[in-house]
Design a protein. Structure first.
Lengths: 249, 337
């Protein structure tokens, strides 16, 4: 497969202003099926802003997004979700007071409809949750467990499960291992690798070189809101990538 | 040894959800028993129990509305004023000679519109906290109620209008005495609470209300239109306050300027006693009902024993603090740190 054929998502010339602050200037990004792209950069380099533009949470001030070759305008996260673009947030974006299953299907719950009223189909939620967690080899006591009772790694796994429950094509992860105990990091990274094998394009934002070099195929660096450098992982080194983060080539 | 500890811990962990769900009912049962022991002849009499239900009838509507708002981690201070304004509108429409079914629908609509104003104000005007918007409308709605009525009571409604608040369901066909009737307001409470229990626990919108209280960012990131849900919640809260006005119209047979004064605080207290968390996302409809009952029984019981209303204030305040302290302990036990 040539890389051009399985291009999933392309961002061209993304610029984002917040008042007088320029958070992103003319940023390009590409992600292919089954590929993992690492996005690195110092705090304030614009990584999170870029991801929020890709997920439809922010509208870019200028620039365009192409999904499988067609230009798309994202009005809300729902639009990007409908295209198969999912985001796993740094703060996990899970509701701790709800059970695992209801978190995974939050906003897209299977329902039995009675006129205008949409009643939740709890049985189906549980079935689908167990099936999906099983597919990703995520072990939890029960799909009915509340998320606030889980460990950090389990929560991250639920967040990733949530992002892939609806046949996602691209999953964007913001610092997926930042909040985890060391022994849990490996499990989450392995989960990312198995996602890649299913043909999902994964974008990982991370400060941790270990993570980037364990799961990514390509790495790009942002510096002060612009594209600074980009390379295949096999053609670069940790020291070089760390240099990019600091703005040195 | 370690194994044993683990077993003990897991039993403990298993019991927590039951305490969370039914602990408040236990408190209610204990209170009823204590009152029964203290006042064996009067407290559990048909007359007194129906009295308690009649006394809590309109408060239970306000509490249910405020409960939904508290689940979203918000607050509605204006429910007492919404009820008063709805009552005044009802009284004016009734005095103008409108047919009874119009008179009944008018307060529900007025309450709904007031709630809608709260919801739109909080979301469109981007108020930093619902406290501020509803503090404002607490004054605005009561002021409006006084403006349209001239600040004087308007009394005398027809039996049809008073039916929900004052009607009696005769039970003599069951072999009971004539004095052993069922208040219509009690049936209304039961129906409304069952509907809202189903709404909060079994519909998608209800689940989203809990999700917003649990983590608004998660809800937003899930594509839930948080502002729309908030407008729905505040509108429903206003609508329930309108039902409260209709019940009060039946009970008092009058629209009066002081209706529902400070009742927003009673409503909040009932929610908190019933286990709703101010941090949002926690609490049950059953708990709110228990909270309303606990306050009603406390007031009733203390009245029966001729305890001064000043002591009632002290006791209700203490129960609020105690109930929230139990909530704090529960959170510490139930959540991983």
């Amino acid at each position: 497969m040539s890389p051009e054929n399985n291009l999933l998502l392309e961002a061209k010339g993304i610029t984002k202003y917040f008042g007088t602050i320029t958070a992103l200037e003319n940023v390009d990004l590409k992600i292919h099926a089954g590929e993992c792209l690492g996005v690195v950069g110092d705090n304030g380099a614009g990584k999170t802003t870029l991801m929020k533009v890709l997920s439809g949470l922010y509208k870019p001030s200028s620039g365009s997004l192409f999904f499988e070759g067609n230009e798309k305008i994202l009005e809300s996260p729902r639009d990007s979700q409908n295209l198969g673009l999912e985001m796993v947030y740094q703060d996990l974006a899970l509701a701790g007071n709800l059970p695992i299953g209801e978190n995974i299907f939050l906003g897209r719950e299977p329902t039995k409809n009675l006129g205008l009223l949409k009643f939740l189909d709890f049985k189906k939620i549980k079935e689908l949750t167990e099936e999906h967690l099983g597919k990703l080899k995520i072990n939890v006591k029960s799909a009915d467990q509340k998320v606030e009772e889980l460990s950090g790694g389990q929560r991250q796994a639920v967040a990733i499960a949530r992002s892939t429950a609806f046949n996602a094509k691209v999953v964007i992860m913001d610092e997926p291992t930042a909040a985890l105990a060391i022994k849990e990091v490996g499990k989450v990274l392995d989960l990312i690798n198995s996602l890649k094998k299913t043909g999902v394009g994964v974008i990982v934002i991370s400060h941790r070189m270990d993570d980037i070099f364990y799961v990514c195929d390509r790495v790009m660096a942002l510096f002060q809101g612009t594209n600074f450098a980009e390379a295949e992982l096999s053609k670069t080194s940790r020291d070089e990538v760390i240099g990019w983060i600091m703005g040195k080539k | 040894m370690e194994e044993k500890d683990k077993k003990k811990e897991s039993l403990y962990v298993k019991l927590i959800p039951y305490f969370e769900r039914y602990g408040i009912l236990l408190l209610l049962v204990i209170m009823i028993l204590v009152m029964h022991i203290l006042q064996p002849d009067v407290f559990l009499s048909w007359r007194n129990i129906t009295n308690v239900f009649k006394q809590i009838s309109w408060q239970s509507m306000l509490a249910l509305g405020v409960f939904m708002v508290i689940v979203t981690a918000g607050i509605d201070l204006s429910v007492g004023s919404i009820m008063m304004l709805s009552l005044m509108v009802l009284a004016i429409v009734a005095k103008a000679g409108a047919p009874w079914f119009v008179v009944i629908l008018v307060p529900l609509f007025a309450g709904f519109v007031c709630g809608l104003i709260n919801g739109l104000g909080i979301t469109l005007l981007r108020m930093p906290h619902p406290f501020i918007m509803t503090l404002g409308t607490l004054y605005i709605f009561r002021g409006t109620g006084n403006l349209i009525s001239g600040g004087t009571p308007i009394s005398g409604f027809t039996d049809e209008v008073r039916y929900l608040g004052h009607g009696r369901i005769d039970l003599t066909w069951l072999g009971l005495e004539k004095s052993q009737y069922l208040p219509v307001s009690l049936v209304l409470i039961a129906i409304v609470y069952i509907i809202f229990w189903a709404f909060m626990n079994h519909t998608r919108t209800g689940k989203w209300i809990y999700a917003i209280g649990g983590n608004p960012n998660a809800a937003r990131a899930s594509g839930i239109n948080v502002n729309k849900i908030l407008v729905i919640v505040y509108s429903l809260c206003g609508f329930l306050s309108g039902i409260g006005a209709l019940i009060l119209a039946g009970r008092a047979d009058s629209g009066y300027p002081n209706a529902g004064l400070q009742s927003e605080l009673d409503a909040i207290a009932a929610c908190i006693i019933g286990g709703a968390s101010f941090f949002g996302g926690r609490g049950t409809v059953l708990g709110v009902f228990a909270g309303v009952m606990i306050m009603g029984i406390l007031r009733n019981g203390l009245n029966l024993m001729d305890v001064s209303s000043f002591w009632q204030q002290v006791l209700i305040g203490s129960i609020i603090v105690l109930a929230v302290y139990i909530d704090v302990l529960r959170r510490e036990l139930g959540t991983r740190k």
